[in-house]
Every structure is written in structure tokens, then in C-alpha cells.
Design a binder for this molecule. Structure first.
Ligand SMILES: [Cu+2]
Ligand SMILES: [Zn+2]
Length: 189
């Protein structure tokens, strides 16, 4: 009888332990899955001739009600104050489909103007993004937009500019030279 009670208690304890382990493991797995969910679309950034050390990527993930945009870029030029300061950097989706450098003095003109499917003024283009703040050349940012799904920007381009975007000057916020470009492609799993 004593042995039976002991067995019963042990088995109850084991059930509790196994349940706790499953819950714990489930939580960890869930967290990992949500953080490492693959993007639906992504662009590898190509450096322009004015800042050839730039490297990085932009990812687009579907989320409830819109898209999470994640950028991770290094090799940005050091901040320089002035009437047109170098940094923080204007950052947009452009309507063109090519990152051909073209004229090295005025690169990436093949990327065209800001992607603007809704006929809005600059500052409210679907392709208008927050500026990138460099930390000794590195910028990382994730933000939410409900202006497009990842599929809708596949084939378009992302551009990083030397100057900040003022979000007022038409048609492009006076962001100046284009220092990096990436063609957005469907992400290969
Ligand atoms: Cu731009
Ligand atoms: Zn714009």
C-alpha cells in the first residue's frame, strides 16, 4: 500500500514535470519561430561609388494588417553637419526596377522616383520610410507600414541617400545623392 501511494505520488509529480517542460519548450519554440520567421521579400544593398563600403539588406515580412520592414546596413559614411548634412539618411522604396549605377557622379538614377501608387505628395508616398540613423556606420531598424504587402514591392528598389529626408520638399524630400540601392526580390526559402 505504501509503495502504491509512493508510485502514485511519483507519477503525479512526473506528469506535472512533463507538462511544465512541454509548456516551457512550447514557449521557447514559439518565441524562436516568431523571431526567425522568414521574410516574404528582401533586397541586398549594393554600394554606390560614393560610399563603396556600404553592405546590408532590407527584409519585408507580412504581419497582421501590413508589413514589417527590417533594415541592417553597415559602412554608412560618418555624420557630417552642414546645410545638407550627411546623415541621418533618407530611405525609400523607388519605383524603378534596376540598380544600374549609371553616371558615377549621379548614381542609381535607373531606380527612378519614389514609389507612389496612391498619387500622394512626398511625405506620404507609400515608399516613404523613416530616415536611417547611423551608429559609426551601422544602422538597424524595424518599422511597421500598412501601405503595402511584401508582394507589392517585389521588383521595386530601395534607395539610401546621403542627406536626410525633410518630408516636405517635392518630389523627394531633398535627400540628395543615392549612396546605396537594392532590388527587392521574392525571398528564396
Ligand atoms: Cu529615395
Ligand atoms: Zn517620397
Amino acid at each position: 500500500m505504501a509503495v502504491r501511494v509512493l508510485t502514485l505520488r511519483l507519477s503525479k509529480a512526473w506528469v506535472a514535470l512533463v507538462l511544465l517542460a512541454l509548456l516551457g519548450a512550447g514557449g521557447i519554440v514559439y518565441g524562436k519561430v516568431s523571431r526567425s520567421k522568414p521574410p516574404s521579400a528582401a533586397a541586398r544593398l549594393v554600394a554606390g561609388p560614393q560610399s563603396p563600403q556600404i553592405a546590408g539588406f532590407v527584409e519585408f515580412r507580412s504581419t497582421r494588417g501590413g508589413t514589417l520592414v527590417t533594415v541592417d546596413v553597415s559602412g554608412l559614411p560618418p555624420y557630417a553637419p552642414g546645410e545638407q548634412p550627411t546623415g541621418p539618411h533618407g530611405f525609400h522604396v523607388h519605383e524603378g526596377t534596376s540598380c544600374d549605377v549609371g553616371d558615377p557622379g549621379n548614381p542609381f538614377q535607373a531606380a527612378g522616383g519614389h514609389w507612389n501608387p496612391d498619387g500622394q505628395p512626398h511625405g506620404n508616398h507609400a515608399g516613404d520610410f523613416p530616415v536611417l540613423f547611423s551608429n559609426d556606420g551601422r544602422a538597424r531598424m524595424t518599422f511597421f507600414t500598412n501601405r503595402f504587402t511584401p508582394d507589392q514591392v517585389v521588383g521595386r528598389t530601395v534607395i539610401i541617400h546621403r542627406y536626410p529626408d525633410d518630408y516636405r520638399t517635392q518630389p523627394a524630400g531633398d535627400s540628395g545623392p543615392r549612396i546605396a540601392c537594392g532590388v527587392i526580390a521574392r525571398y528564396a526559402r
